[in-house]
Design a binder for this molecule. Sequence first.
Ligand code: ZN
Length: 94
Amino acid sequence: MSFILSCPNCGPRAVDEYAYGGEVTERARTSGDERALFHYLYFRTNTGGDQREWWFHSSGCREWFQAERNTTRNEVLQVARPGELAPSREPAGG
Ligand SMILES: [Zn+2]
């Protein structure tokens, strides 16, 4: 499925110009907690609703950025450089 994704540096482009980098996850904080590390490495929520994702503009500026996208409607809600996304409008799964 094709859609338009707007790079923070280059502007709107077809999604074919990007590589998907997966969900934005929270890194495991403690080194001794194997369960938390295992969860961080192998589990994804695969949300049906608003989800924060990593994208790489592989055919453009070659920069990583984050997008918030509704996976049900395939609608891009916002894009930003890493760490600059505004708070979500809806709770995940909505
Ligand atoms: Zn770009």
